[in-house]
Design a protein around this ligand. Structure first.
Ligand SMILES: [Zn+2]
Ligand SMILES: [Zn+2]
Length: 318
């Protein structure tokens, strides 16, 4: 897929009974010589280009894809646009994708959500029962750290050899070099209080390591650099990144996440929860044919009050 493909305009959508992610995509790209996967990638690229063309739109809160446990919105995909700061959801969704990719290759890896990573590195985490098992059975634990002031860092733990890898795309500060290992050890100490019998496995020498890595050269690429560090570290390749690679990665991350659009099928685009035509009142969009819950939160107060069964959703109201 070449960059130029992103500039294709999206054809007008048609309403079909089965509103699938395929609906409304030009047949011109449905060439027999292309694999289904490649066609899906091209369709995703067209949608991404359309999302990036718009400014922050009235439908930016609509959900577009469900990546394992993380639902992402149009606004999240928008945040992958060049010079934008990527959202927590993008960090979590892509790292979850990375973890699942590695697990498919036989690597024992666990992704920690941003909220968990933040709680641990801020010294506020209360260990859960399952944490002990994760520590004892995984090769890697990865998580993005949302540093105050809207900046992303990456934490990778290698429990089997006691390695704490911390990567700050701006360069690690003295404060971080001191506090990251202290906060991790605080978490370990709390675990030991709960599971003293497992001390032989959990209580090891933990050491901070900071591999040589490129530094971001702008004010917005920290998240992309962290996601690329995760990819490269797990592939055991150099953590060298150029700005051009970083910009290219924005597109490939967006495409990878959009491959999960189908998992949002049957869900209300506004709240992301499943719709059940038998059990609850729904409102259908006459253009995209997606069903929304008949609640003011999902369709707006007017539609709710007027007792309509059909409307035009924010995405198609243009
Ligand atoms: Zn809803
Ligand atoms: Zn619609």
């Amino acid at each position: 897929m070449e960059d130029d493909d992103f500039k294709e305009s999206q054809p007008k959508k048609m309403c079909t009974e089965h509103s699938s992610p395929d609906a409304g995509v030009s047949t011109s790209i449905e060439d027999d010589s292309l694999s289904t996967n490649e066609i899906d990638r091209q369709k995703a690229a067209i949608k991404i280009a359309k999302i990036w063309e718009d400014q922050i739109a009235p439908w930016s809160h609509y959900f577009i894809a469900k990546v394992y446990g993380t639902s992402i919105t149009y606004g999240d995909i928008y945040s992958l646009k060049k010079n934008s700061w990527v959202t927590d959801k993008i960090m979590d969704a892509y790292l979850e994708l990375v973890a699942n990719r590695e697990m498919a290759n036989g690597i024992k890896i666990k992704h920690m959500l941003v909220t968990t990573t933040n709680n641990i590195l801020n010294g506020e985490y209360v260990p859960a029962r399952n944490d002990k098992n994760i520590l004892m059975s995984t090769e890697f634990i990865i998580g993005a750290y949302h540093q105050s002031g809207s900046h992303w860092d990456l934490l990778i733990i290698e429990p089997l050899n006691g390695r704490i890898i911390f990567l700050n795309p701006m360069g690690e500060t003295d404060f971080q070099m001191r506090t990251v290992p202290l906060r991790w050890k605080k978490f370990i100490e709390q675990l030991l209080l709960q599971f003293p019998a497992d001390a032989a496995v959990i209580d090891k020498e933990w050491n901070l390591e900071v591999p040589t890595h490129s530094k971001q050269q702008d004010g917005s690429s920290c998240g992309i650099y962290c996601l690329m560090f995760a990819d490269k570290y797990l592939a055991r390749t150099s953590l060298h990144i150029t700005p051009a690679e970083s910009n290219q990665k924005r597109k490939s991350i967006a495409r990878s996440l959009m491959m999960f659009e189908g998992y949002m099928e049957g869900c209300c685009p506004c709240c992301g929860y499943h719709t059940n035509p038998v059990a609850e009142p729904l409102v259908k969009c006459i253009t995209c044919c997606k069903f929304f819950h008949k609640k003011s939160h999902c369709v707006g107060e007017n539609v709710d009050q007027l007792n309509l069964t059909e409307f035009t959703c924010a995405l198609d109201r243009v």
